[in-house]
Design a protein around this ligand. Sequence first.
Ligand code: AMP
Ligand code: ZN
Length: 473
Amino acid sequence: MKILNTLSKQKEEFKPLEPGHVSMYVCGPTVYNFIHIGNARPMVFFDTVRRYFLYKGYEVNYVSNFTDVDDKIIKRALEEGVDSAVISARYIEECRKDMVSLNVMEATVHPKATEEIGGMIDMIETLMDKGYAYRAEDGTVYYRTRKFPYYGKLSHKNLDDLRSGERSILVTGEEQKEDPLDFVLWKPKKEGEPYWESPWCDGRPGWHIECSVMSRRYLGEQIDIHGGGEDLIFPHHENEIAQSEAVSGKEFARYWMHNAFLNIDNHKMSKSDGNFFTVRDILAKYEGRVLRLFLLSAHYRSPLNFSDPLMEAAKNSLERIINCAENLTYRAEHTQTEGYAEGEQQIADGADKYRAQFEKAMDDDFNTADALAAVYELVRYINTNTSETSSRALLADLKKRLTTLTDVLGLDLTAANAAGDAEEDARVEELIAQRQAARKAKDFAEADRIRDELTAMGIVLEDTREGVKWKRA
Ligand code: AMP
Ligand code: ZN
């Protein structure tokens, strides 16, 4: 497996720190609003990386944080006249719902910054003891960037250039820094803001320290993969390296992976620019799995432009895959032949080519675009090589091959997991089963009543050759 490592800018062979294990840390969202589909890109992509490692037989420890103390959260809380914990709790909850809709697996640990303050204070103290940090007069603690000899190694920035360029960032209060590049580890409280006690002043942490602390706590001093969007390379990840490596004296993360932006009209989708769609906006129109497929339709290192035609294309592509899987199920239910018939073993073996193609794409720096192409080719192969006279053995074999690959991409072919929540989906499935039972028992009044109940829930039923299908109206 090869990974394009931001550190070396080279494709490197993946060698885990511990054979058979992968540790991954992916920077999560700041929770002050619904997440937008740009934020969903790293979530979906790194979830797919995780799934591919699992497919390859690795055990994966996956940590992703929620940044729940931040200026934007505090601002929102002030606007609403509530505690900032109310805002962050609300949007963590909403983000988790979006993750379910996008079929993003629950992280091994989902730490929250506000629950890790003690660890942050400890790490800052260590940095102070080692001379990597200093306290300014007003109680702010800064990282002494110049002391860390490798600063700039991730972003490939020359420190002197940076220094001259960064002078413009000097803002009020920052005169007290020894160097313009020094960054905040701890800052004093302001009126009306959440704060914690510390050896330096009552205050709160800077943003970068939380990831160094959580990564170390849940994954150890060294990790295999650190991921996030490319806007995090500098300064966030550069600063994480400076903090973590100054403390441990070891290389923090072996492989750094960064996804390119999701754009609209070739501009980065971002909340601050106001050009964004929330995941929730999109889910009102498309199923989560359509959005997921769309996000995987380009290589993660390439920018991806959001557009309605591309979403429609993703929807059609997904439908083709789903139809193929449903046809296989339908045929398996109706065929007269059990075991492999003459020539069918070759058909099954012939499908292996697409698995190999899929793996080759994923082994080459997780090329999900090419991996999807392999899935489409497999679909075409299945459609041309099966019929209602194929044996149940062949149909089952091909279905397994197809779903194994779509599962790696996190595309669930089974449930109509549209905008609604899982609970409602389960209720719909249950009602459909009851309606089927009523029809079987020739209790048509009851069957109609159930159909009306489903209609009232906004569910449209379609009786097809392949059985009852449903969708939200
Ligand atoms: P934030 O909430 O801004 O800290 O972002 C959470 C994650 O989403 C980070 O990994 C960002 O790099 C990523 N991200 C934000 N905007 C975009 C975008 N337009 N395209 C891709 N990734 C993004
Ligand atoms: Zn981070």
